[in-house]
Design a protein around this ligand. Structure first.
Ligand code: GTP
Ligand code: ZN
Length: 363
């Protein structure tokens, strides 16, 4: 990172996304003698953070997060969170309210949400042009991206391997209303400048199918310099710190890239409002249906079916919309069922303890 121009005030953490709004949120913590830090990685009760040293440099640190441990996994501190750090105790004492959150369902027995990355501005959905375009899968990734609260961005990769990139671009754009679609090639450098400009300044995550070219994109965006910086940061004032993580790294042109394991191919998790955004044009059409609760299957006066009949709305879009809504409902009902089962289990425990105490009394 280049130093700020003389005379121009710049917070050292601005390269990590710190801004005046965060500073305002942080004010009470600053008054309490705490310093701001951003979580780079969480690992079993501790986290790697970036923070500022007393002489105003950005430094890595390792902090305890047990004080901010809560029962709801959605509230657990995660990569991308801005936190208040007690610099003497090296402990996180508060997590600033998140602007956005990428959530996935946990793979544990209990179906719950878990935040994988917080305070993300751009979600790049990487799609390879070297294989057949799977628009349904793109729509699923987009639902997840919208659901986070961040702005999705579709990046069509490996343009050098596609004969008809412009047709594919049009197909992808039709499946992504309100989303910019950029065609890139890491091999030829095509589109990289456009992508760089779009993600500069904010926090970006990359998602997409395996082999879509995410690692290659990450390397291209980060440049070798930054990765070397990351390797040399292995020593900090507190001793040798051997973990070299790529989880959250500053981009050379401003902004931050979060590349957390497990985040890249996340499944749908209760993304109903995200789905409404992915299929915004269908929602728009539905306002003109005669019946407010129109299911767009065979109802008279259905504006959605009319649009399919005239060719304005591809049948594939409607089918995909229905399929993803059904899938989402299933996930939602499954999580409710798990919650119900959990409550029932707790009730049984309570009933048993009541019974047991009753037995004790009768003795
Ligand atoms: N020709 C060409 N190949 C590319 C391009 N970008 C990536 N690749 C190749 O595509 C393959 C997959 O790329 P990765 O970057 O590993 O894909 P990924 O999305 O990170 O894959 P996962 O780690 O499995 O999630 C690699 O062999 C890359 O070299 C490109 O622009 N052009
Ligand atoms: Zn309808």
């Amino acid at each position: 990172m280049s130093p700020p121009a003389p005379g121009v005030w710049s917070d050292p953490l601005s390269g990590y996304g710190w801004d005046d709004v965060w500073a305002a949120d942080f004010a009470p913590h600053a008054d309490a003698g705490l310093v701001p830090a951003r979580i780079v990685r969480v690992d079993r009760g501790r986290c790697d953070v970036v923070t500022t040293s007393s002489d105003g440099r950005v430094v890595p640190s390792h902090a305890d997060i047990s004080r901010v441990r809560v029962s709801d996994p959605m509230e657990w501190a995660c990569t991308g969170d801005w936190v208040a750090l007690d610099p003497d105790a090296l402990a996180v004492t508060a997590v600033l309210p998140r602007r956005t959150a990428m959530v996935r369902s946990t793979s544990s027995k209990r179906s719950e949400g878990q935040v994988l990355a917080a305070n993300v501005d751009h979600v790049v959905v990487a799609v390879s042009l070297a294989v057949d375009l799977d628009l349904g899968r793109l729509e699923r990734f987009l639902a997840l991206a919208w659901e986070s609260g961040a702005q999705p961005l579709v990046v069509l990769t490996k343009a050098d391997l596609a004969a008809d990139a412009s047709f594919l671009h049009a197909d992808a754009a039709a499946a992504a209303p309100g989303v910019q679609v950029v065609t890139v090639s890491a091999t030829t450098g095509e589109g990289i400048d456009v992508l760089t400009a779009l993600v500069s300044g904010g926090t970006t995550v990359l998602i997409g199918s395996s082999g879509a070219g995410k690692s290659t994109l990450a390397n291209t965006l980060l440049g070798t310099d930054v990765q070397e910086v990351n390797h040399t940061r292995a020593v900090d004032g507190k001793g040798r710190h051997t973990t070299v993580t790529r989880d959250l790294l500053p981009l050379p042109f401003g902004g931050v890239l979060i590349d957390t394991p497990g985040l890249r191919g996340v499944g749908l998790w209760d993304a109903e409002s995200g789905l409404h955004q992915v299929f915004a044009e269908i929602e728009e059409l539905a306002r003109d249906c005669r019946f407010q609760d129109c299911a767009h299957t065979a109802e008279p006066g259905c504006a959605v079916l009319d649009a399919v009949a005239t060719g304005d709305l591809p049948q594939r879009r409607l089918d995909s919309y229905r399929k993803l809504l059904r899938e989402n409902e299933w996930i939602a009902s499954r999580s409710d069922a798990r919650l119900r089962a959990e409550r029932q289990r707790q009730r049984k425990v309570i009933q048993k303890s009541v019974r047991d105490s009753g037995v004790t009394r009768r003795r």
